[in-house]
Design a protein around this ligand. Structure first.
Ligand code: FES
Length: 118
């Protein structure tokens, strides 16, 4: 089947306040559409990125405890299950069993301090 990629979240959806995400940290955002996977918002300084919270290795969440992520360095997050390391900037896995694979990106923008789906 061909067509546009599946949109993980509708445009305009408010994910969180930017200030709710610690600088250099991640925040898990759950949608109302359970059991849809959560979205992980990553922040560095004034920038934010968001991804579907599903590791491309075994399709598990990046975190093993609700809302707690393993920060592996500057703008790097490690999957809690088998230690794949992903970049905030583009979701690319640069180390570990998912090396070369990417998290599913959710395009976001910052509007008046809110992180919203673009
Ligand atoms: S499920 Fe993430 S590294 Fe295996």
């Amino acid at each position: 089947m061909t067509g546009a990629p599946r949109q993980a979240a509708p445009a305009g959806l408010h994910l969180c306040r930017l200030e709710a995400v610690g600088d250099g940290d991640c925040l898990e955002v759950r949608s109302d559409a359970e059991p849809a996977p959560s979205i992980v918002v990553m922040r560095s300084a004034g920038r934010a990125w968001a991804y579907v919270n599903v590791c491309p290795h075994f399709s598990l969440p990046l975190n093993s405890e609700p809302g707690r992520f393993l920060i592996a360095g500057d703008r790097l997050v490690m999957c809690a299950y088998h230690c794949a390391v992903f970049r905030f900037d583009d979701g690319l896995c640069i180390e570990g069993p998912a090396e070369g694979l990417r998290l599913d990106a959710v395009a976001v923008k910052i509007e008046d301090g809110d992180v919203v789906v673009a």
